[in-house]
Structure formats: structure tokens, C-alpha cells
Design a binder for this molecule. Structure first.
Ligand SMILES: [Zn+2]
Length: 290
């Protein structure tokens, strides 16, 4: 395990324990989240070594989950994915002037494929070789390993997307700086992350599925995205909700809690109704260089 000594955002050395939660998907081990005493950023501490984190991802079931047609839950999942893919492509077209897109953490390539069909020139980076293989076999995509990030030229991309990826990134500061440099001067960085100041997070506490320990290293609130943007001379221009996430995350949280799956729909709905623009379960942030 790797003990984090400095806050990834403000570099402070003093933290307080926030909560302990279990890894419900793979190891059943317990992990801690701490909050920085200076800036209030929440992060997992200690974290598994980067060389060992792969054991905590279930990439095979992730691929079968994302491609299987069986069962009501999978059908619903795929219906929601079809809708959200369209929304994501539309958002990219609406927010960005150019057509050169970089998708970091491209997974099984569904978003990249949707971009391609919409005439966007998408390059995808993905650490998992199985997921890259899936994208090549199913969509004919040529994704690169995430290691290629540091070989990409500066000022070369109109838009960079990270859909639920930033919370997994080990080298937050060096990668964020590189990502900023790859963007063109008028480029847009689109980041989607869970929001621990949402109603569903506060309701489920240690059972909240989007804490997803230990693979989620950071647990962002809107103020943290602002602080991170500020640190790298960027600014948050807009915030958009991801309204399906409160239902999906509540469903998983009820499962972990041994609760009632039907109650998840009520909590998910309540979360969206109480969000007031900045407290949705997951949010999309549009950043530009300042
Ligand atoms: Zn801090």
C-alpha cells in the first residue's frame, strides 16, 4: 500500500479521517477516505500500489456487462447507455468548435465509435489491453495505451474527454498538466466525475457505490474541480448534470447495503430534485484555458 503524504490538490500534509468503506466488488477489504485539513479535498489513503491496482478492476465482467443482451438490468443499462452516448456526442458538438477529439480512458470504445459515426476525429487512450481488443474487434477502432499520453503533441486537440476517469488517475498533477498542454488554446476539457456532495452520497454514506474503493482515488466536489482548474490556469465554464447516475448509483448502493432495490428509485429521484444545479450524483464540467 502507498501512504499519500501530501494533498494532491493543495500539497498540505495534515488530513482527518472521513470514513472507512469496503470494496464491495472484488476484494471485500476495507479502505479509508481522508479529507485535507487545509482545502477539504477527499481522497483514498492509503492506496494500493499502481502495479497492484489492476487486481481491483474486473475488466472481464466489465466487458461482458457492457455487451451482454441478457436480463432486464442489462437491457436497461444498454438503453440508458444509448441515450447518454447521444447526449455526450451532442455536448461535444455544442461545446467544441473543432473536430479533433482525444478520449482518455476510452474503455470498450462505445463513445469513440459514436464520435466516429458523427464525423468527429477521435483518438482513444485506454490502459486495459482487453478493452482495447474489444474496441478493435467490435468497432474497428485503433486505441492506444494510456502511456502514449506523454507522446502527444502540444496544442493538438480541440476537445479532450474524460468520462468517469479522473477519479482513477494515479499521477493527477503531471497528467493534468500534460492534458492542459495537449489542448489547443481555445480547446475544451470535458470531465465527468461522481459528486460526493450529492444527496445520494450523503444518504448512503459508506455504502455509496460511487466511492468505489479502492479504484476511485479521489472523491470530488464541485469546489475541488474549481481548485484543480485554478491550479493549472484553467476555469470551469459550465456544469451539466448526469441524471441517470443517481438511479444507477443508488441501485448499487442499496445492493451493498442489503436494502430494497425499489427504494433506490426514490433516492435517485430525490437526489435529482434536491440537486439545485450543482449537487447531482455525477456532473460534467467543461473547462477551458484561462
Ligand atoms: Zn488540500
Amino acid at each position: 500500500m502507498n501512504q499519500i503524504k501530501n494533498c494532491p490538490i493543495c500539497n498540505s500534509e495534515t488530513f482527518s479521517k472521513f470514513l472507512s468503506a469496503i470494496d464491495y466488488t472484488v476484494s471485500n477489504a476495507s479502505f479509508n477516505i481522508v479529507s485535507c485539513d487545509s482545502c477539504g479535498f477527499h481522497f483514498t489513503n492509503p492506496i494500493p500500489l499502481e502495479s497492484e491496482i489492476g487486481e481491483y478492476y474486473k475488466s472481464e465482467s466489465y466487458i461482458s456487462h457492457s455487451s451482454s443482451n441478457k436480463g432486464l438490468i442489462n437491457k436497461l443499462y444498454q438503453l440508458v447507455r444509448t441515450i447518454t452516448l447521444k447526449q455526450k456526442v451532442k455536448l461535444v458538438q455544442q461545446e467544441s468548435k473543432g473536430k479533433d477529439l482525444l478520449d482518455i480512458g476510452a474503455g470498450t470504445g462505445h463513445f469513440m465509435n459514436a464520435c466516429k459515426l458523427a464525423g468527429i476525429n477521435a483518438l482513444g487512450l485506454e490502459p486495459d489491453a482487453d478493452a482495447r481488443g474489444f474496441s478493435e474487434k467490435n468497432f474497428g477502432l485503433d486505441m492506444k495505451s494510456t502511456d502514449e499520453l506523454h507522446t502527444l503533441p502540444e496544442n493538438s486537440r480541440d476537445v479532450i474527454t474524460m468520462w468517469h476517469v479522473l477519479e482513477h488517475v494515479y499521477n493527477l498533477n503531471t497528467d493534468f498538466e500534460k492534458i492542459r498542454n495537449i489542448l489547443k488554446p481555445d480547446g475544451k476539457l470535458i470531465i465527468a466525475v461522481p459528486n460526493m456532495s450529492s444527496y445520494d452520497a450523503k444518504h448512503y454514506k459508506e455504502f455509496w457505490a460511487a466511492y468505489d474503493l479502492p479504484i476511485h482515488l479521489y472523491h470530488f466536489q464541485p469546489k475541488d474541480i474549481n481548485a484543480l482548474a485554478d491550479k493549472f490556469n484553467m476555469k470551469v465554464e459550465k456544469v451539466f448534470p448526469m441524471k441517470f447516475d443517481s438511479f444507477y448509483v443508488s441501485m448499487l448502493s442499496e445492493k451493498y447495503k442489503g436494502g430494497n432495490i425499489l427504494k433506490a428509485f426514490w433516492i435517485g429521484l430525490k437526489s435529482n430534485l434536491k440537486a439545485r444545479g450543482n449537487k447531482y450524483s455525477s456532473q460534467i464540467y467543461i473547462l477551458s484555458k484561462s
